[in-house]
Design a protein around this ligand. Structure first.
Ligand code: MLT
Length: 394
């Protein structure tokens, strides 16, 4: 008889954002006239920009003509997109990555989840708490032991390892989802030195790098000396270019990383060529347009729009005397809710018809906190804030 992967028993009943969506649906079913404003899942509201749409249309037309039609694509992604990403690294982070270190994917989440295929179950996984729940869930599915390193107000939600910290696989997310905290170069150097000393791998989630406005902060872990010997970096166009529904990301696996005589880059290529047939040609052409000067400038306008929402949220919270962080180099605002975070979720939904994300969904250390995103429209964000202010002033 078939045997299931019993590790799934160790997961919570549903993935955080599915659970949030279910609660919103249930509330809406019970209150059909409620006009719910979602500041919960970080899903973008600005449309794809004109250069991206033009490239998508052009590529779609090519696919309808025998001479320009394409079947299976290059295994790691098309060279035209890899080269644009290579240039982007050089320009934004002053980092040199090789073309064959770049793997195009359908988004950072898939690669982060799938990358665990590279590692034995007998590894200690170190996860900052609070953090994006995919790291924990994908390792629980594989049955790996997870240890947590605590983020809190005292360390600015940027925990650092100690000599006694145990880890073989380390997840870092900077700018952090959910707290918006960003590691400095010096802090990342501490992590890199620690990983090199322990023979550990850092899986660095840089999905929100384009939201960093403070030029002194690193946008890539590869800005830190030694990182190319121990870190893999995951990036996404979801928030940078509004690709949450279009799907494209990329992962950089340095060729320097050799574990037990095996190149991690070659191993990932072997895994991807077996289990993944690439991101569609059309989408990769759309992604290529993001990295042109016109395309990037238009994406920066959308980012600026969201960051204006973030400023609006922060300013309302300040006026209400609510402690918060994030929202400066990240589209997420992390606030102290002063009660059980799921109770606060229900309270805000019921009393203001505003949905956010409970901090405890990101880990135990997130209890008592709440995340709001800046990804809604300006008008809806303003309306949500007016409702929250009215609720607090009541
Ligand atoms: C979030 O809200 O944290 C993200 O949008 C979820 C994701 O990127 O998968």
């Amino acid at each position: 008889m078939v045997k299931l992967n019993t590790n799934f028993r160790n997961l919570k009943e549903s993935y955080l954002f599915s659970g949030v969506a279910r609660r919103i649906r249930e509330f809406k079913a019970a209150n059909p006239s409620a006009d719910i404003i979602r500041l919960s899942i970080g899903d973008v509201t600005r449309p794809l920009t004109a250069p991206v749409v033009d490239a998508l249309v052009k590529a779609s037309k090519e696919m309808g003509v025998a001479e320009t039609f394409r079947g299976y694509g290059d295994e790691q992604g098309y060279g035209f997109l890899q080269l644009k990403i290579k240039e982007y690294y050089q320009k934004t982070a002053n980092v040199t990555v090789e073309q064959d270190e770049i793997f195009i994917s359908d988004g950072a989440k898939s690669d982060i989840g799938n990358f665990t295929d590279m590692f034995d179950t007998d590894n200690i996984v170190l996860v900052p708490d609070p953090v994006y729940p995919v790291y924990v869930d994908s390792n629980l599915m594989d049955g790996r032991k997870i240890v947590y390193i605590q983020g809190c107000e005292a360390n600015g939600f940027l925990p650092l390892p100690e000599e006694k910290t145990q880890a073989d696989i380390i997840y870092l997310c900077s700018p952090n989802n959910p707290t918006g905290a960003v590691y400095t170069r010096e802090q990342l150097k501490v992590w890199v030195d620690f990983a090199l000393k322990k023979g550990a791998i850092i899986l660095f989630d840089a999905a929100y790098e384009s939201f960093i406005s403070d030029s002194s902060l690193p946008r890539s872990i590869f800005e830190v000396e030694g990182a190319k010997d121990c870190a893999v970096e995951f990036c996404s166009l979801s928030k940078t270019a509004g690709f949450t529904g279009t799907r494209c990301g990329y992962t950089v696996v340095p060729k320097n990383i050799v574990v037990d005589g095996v190149s991690l880059n070659r191993m990932w290529l072997r895994r991807q060529t077996t289990k993944f047939n690439g991101t569609s040609y059309i989408v990769q052409r759309g992604a290529e347009a993001v990295f042109t000067s016109e395309g990037y400038a238009s994406c920066r306008q959308s980012i600026a729009y969201y960051m204006e929402n973030a400023r609006m949220i922060a300013s309302t919270l300040d006026k209400l005397g609510i402690w918060h962080t994030g929202g400066v180099n990240s589209p997420y605002i992390w606030l102290r809710c002063g009660m059980d975070s799921w109770d606060y979720f229900d309270y805000l939904l019921r009393e203001a018809n505003v949905a956010g994300t409970p901090g405890s969904g990101f880990g135990k250390c997130g209890e008592g906190y709440f995340r709001l995103t800046a990804f809604n429209t300006k008008e809806r964000t303003a309306e949500a804030l007016a409702r929250i202010a009215a609720l607090y002033n009541r």
